[in-house]
Write a protein that binds this ligand. Structure first.
Ligand code: ZN
Length: 181
């Protein structure tokens, strides 16, 4: 759980990055911004800021805001209720994002693994997305990503988001726990 001060600080930093990307959100969307911290309490290194535009039974659209070096930990979206897991398309709008998938490991990778959690990152095929570039992840594919030197804004287009079902490689992350503040 984050303190109000840390939460508000992350939201302000995320807003500055959105401004650089010239992405306009409403006051209501700003107030509803989510700061994920995955139970570690240091969102500036293991975390993510999210603005959810919509999440219906069929589709979902979000803005993901990453600080420099901020990391969304490795996870996958498993099948549920007779449907394949969530399919995600990431499109970089501003900055640079380092995305990692299973496959032939890139050596060396550009990202820096979060200290103390290194062994919980296994997918090492690197894909670098710059503004205007996008990548579609098939359902149930392990992935993790990190903001580049200036951070990043990434638009995510996907099928329905069911965050509580996500499976994380790091056993200390419990997706069923309330990650919002
Ligand atoms: Zn994902």
């Amino acid at each position: 759980m984050l303190t109000r001060e840390v939460y508000e600080n992350c939201c302000r930093r995320a807003e500055e990055i959105l401004n650089k990307a010239a992405i306009v959100i409403t006051d209501k969307e700003f107030e509803a911004m989510e700061v994920c911290e995955y139970g570690f309490g240091k969102p500036e290194s293991i975390g993510l800021e999210l603005v959810v535009y919509l999440n219906t039974d069929r589709c979902c659209a979000k803005e993901l805001i990453l600080f420099p070096g901020q990391t969304c930990p490795e996870h996958r979206h498993p099948p549920s209720e007779g449907e394949p897991g969530k399919e995600e398309t990431f499109r970089c709008r501003w900055g640079r994002v380092y995305l990692y998938l299973p496959g032939e490991a890139t050596k060396p990778i550009k990202a820096t693994l979060p200290q103390g959690r290194e062994r919980h990152f296994t997918a090492m095929r690197e894909i670098i997305l710059e503004p205007g570039e996008q990548f579609t992840l098939p359902p149930n594919t392990l992935h993790w990503f990190q903001g580049g030197p200036e951070g990043a804004v990434v638009s995510e287009f996907s099928t329905k988001s069911r965050d509580h079902l996500d499976v994380y490689t790091d056993p200390e992350i419990n997706p069923a726990e309330e990650r919002k503040v």
